[in-house]
Ligand binder design. Structure first.
Ligand code: SF4
Ligand code: SF4
Length: 106
């Protein structure tokens, strides 16, 4: 969830991400994730710095999908703009790809 990131490729579409994270928690895979907690009224990942490490609470899998944000969840974060970051298609070609995906997934 860094600031001023360059290009993000999400489902094959390249976006420029700008803005900042307001820690709404929407991009968490699941509010029922064992590592999700609300601390001082702020959604918090308790393993934020270790998400790419094997997780003993989940049979040794990693939570690297959470590192690769915003690959998941696309619908809320990018398509429906519920995230406080802005995602701008890199160019006209990427805008066309994004439009086709949105149409296909309606
Ligand atoms: S959806 Fe966006 S604003 Fe909300 S926690 Fe994730 S990165 Fe931050
Ligand atoms: S592991 Fe992923 S889904 Fe779970 S709280 Fe952390 S960021 Fe959210």
């Amino acid at each position: 969830m860094g600031k001023g990131d360059p290009t993000h490729i999400v489902h094959g579409v390249s976006f420029i991400r700008s803005g900042s994270c307001n820690r709404c928690g929407i991009c968490c895979v699941d509010e029922n994730c064992a590592h999700y907690a609300v601390v001082n009224n702020v959604p918090t990942c308790k393993i934020y710095n270790n998400r790419n490490q094997p997780c003993p609470d989940h049979g040794g899998i990693t939570h690297s999908v959470c590192v690769d944000f915003p690959n998941h969840p696309w619908l809320k974060v990018i398509k429906n703009s519920e995230c406080s970051y802005q995602f701008t298609c890199l160019n006209e070609q990427e805008t066309e790809k994004f439009s086709k995906l949105n149409t296909a997934w309606q």
